[in-house]
Design a protein around this ligand. Structure first.
Ligand SMILES: Cc1cc2nc3c(=O)[nH]c(=O)nc-3n(C[C@H](O)[C@H](O)[C@H](O)COP(=O)(O)OP(=O)(O)OC[C@H]3O[C@@H](n4cnc5c(N)ncnc54)[C@H](O)[C@@H]3O)c2cc1C
Length: 408
């Protein structure tokens, strides 16, 4: 269903009166990722309610560096509108969006998933950029949190609760986000060589006053054929992104990083902005092609543990990855033919083992048909998560069977 904004509240109230289960959605680009949503009695498929018609940019306060949008505005369109005024939302294109962001989905979907990529290094995650949110509860009650100015968070911080809620707590209808001036110049560096040297440079980069805009562990999709693990291109590399308003400053930073890389025996390849964007977009599309059987995994470890995981080439054989070197979070992907289910289970065990008491996680976003790994395991805070769910959605209508941190 793609309701008109004027009919939305009445529709949600009606669904509530009949206790009908439904799934909040944006453009449906990544709706299938994660645990399957259970249809209600008498439904063959879950009822999907899309925000595609909530597609208005409500207000761009250029001088205040904020933008208010309806939840169904496509991220690509918003970035284009902001770029025309020299600004941007400092966020990566979501995984599988393509270099131009054409498969990036909506701003509401982006917040509902709450994920961030390598740019988090400098700009923090999506929840840190969200300053106001309007939502509709399962019973059709409209609510607001935050506001349209940067210093405006009082009372319960519903923004954080809804960021990463996967549509399980309510329908996000409008958002206010911070914008930033666009950096005028960008350059990238691809660093390759022995893993211990890469790890040394990673630590140096994170501690440096010359903070890169992004820094990622990276292994391209093209190198993940089952037999390719020993090939040089199948080794992990570091991708560094630099941004500045001055050509001199960026040339100086490049020079410094190249010298540091060579000092520890690494090869450094300078990338222009297009080459950097292409490398980062070298991932399969957000939707699997018909018949394609693939794994899509979200990994989470402490940043200092990632290199230990990456050293295990046998465990990671057949997987491409892009992991944020400063946060320890990121994606891994591979075909069903190259990656058997038992190895994904072993990878999950290894993440947990490395994470120890602080917890390492592996979320299965997509898996080949026939494989039934749990998308996520129970979080220690499961009782609290379930209590919050009951408050927002007492009839368990929303995204039935899909509650982050609760194993179905
Ligand atoms: C760097 C980066 C990496 C990312 N990687 C991943 C990833 O690996 N996997 C992933 O799933 N996402 C990822 N995302 C999030 C991704 O941006 C969103 O999944 C996508 O933009 C959603 O597009 P869509 O509008 O088509 O939403 P849909 O595919 O329609 O829905 C996606 C999810 O959001 C919920 N949702 C959508 N709109 C609303 C709304 N208005 N109110 C409440 N809930 C809503 C849905 O229930 C569903 O759970 C990433 C984002 C970034 C920035």
């Amino acid at each position: 269903m793609i309701p008109d904004p004027s009919a939305l509240q009445e529709l949600v109230q009606q669904l509530h009166r009949h206790a009908t289960p439904w799934l909040p959605a944006g453009l449906g680009s990544r709706l299938h990722w994660g645990p399957p949503v259970q249809p209600g009695p008498g439904q063959t498929e879950p009822l999907v309610l899309s925000t595609a018609r909530l597609d208005r940019i409500v207000e761009h306060c250029v001088g205040d560096f904020t933008v208010t949008v309806q939840a169904g505005v496509p991220l690509q369109q918003l970035q284009q509108e902001l770029a025309a005024r020299g600004q941007w939302l400092a966020l990566d294109w979501p995984w599988g969006s393509g270099a131009d962001g054409s498969e990036s989905g909506t701003v509401g979907g982006l917040v509902a998933r709450g994920l961030a990529g390598g740019l988090r290094q400098r700009y923090l995650g999506v929840r840190d950029q969200l300053i106001g949110l309007s939502l509709m509860r399962a019973d059709g009650t409209a609510a607001k949190a935050g506001g349209r100015v940067v210093k405006n968070v009082a009372g319960y911080d519903l923004m954080r609760l809804f960021t990463g809620s996967w549509g399980s707590l309510g329908l996000i209808t409008e958002l206010t986000l911070r914008t930033l001036p666009q950096p005028r110049l960008r350059r990238g560096l691809l660093l390759q060589g022995p893993l211990p040297a890469l790890e040394r440079l990673r630590r140096q980069a994170l501690a440096s006053p010359l903070m890169p805009e992004l820094i990622e562990w990276w292994r391209p999709a093209g190198s993940v054929a089952a037999s390719a693990a020993a090939a040089p291109e199948a080794q992990p590399a570091l991708l560094i992104g630099l941004a500045s308003i001055s050509a001199e400053a960026i040339a100086e930073q490049l020079g410094t990083w190249c010298t540091s890389a060579e000092a520890v025996g690494l090869q450094a390849e300078s990338l222009d902005p297009e080459a950097l964007a292409c490398r980062r977009a070298d991932t399969p599309g957000s939707r699997a092609n018909a018949g394609e059987q693939r794994w899509l995994l979200r990994l989470g470890l402490l940043p200092a543990q990632l290199h230990e995981l990456l050293a295990d080439t046998a465990l990671l054989q057949g997987l491409g990855y892009s992991l944020v070197a400063g946060s320890g979070l990121g994606m891994a992907w591979g075909s069903a033919a190259a990656v058997p289910a038992y190895r994904v289970e072993a990878l999950r065990r290894r993440c947990k083992e490395l994470g120890g008491d602080l917890g390492g996680t592996l979320t299965v976003l997509e898996q080949p048909s026939g494989s039934q790994l749990p998308a996520w395991e129970n979080a220690p805070s499961r009782p609290l998560i379930e209590a919050v769910k009951r408050q927002f959605d007492p009839l368990q209508q929303l995204a039935r069977g899909r509650l982050p941190g609760v194993q179905a």
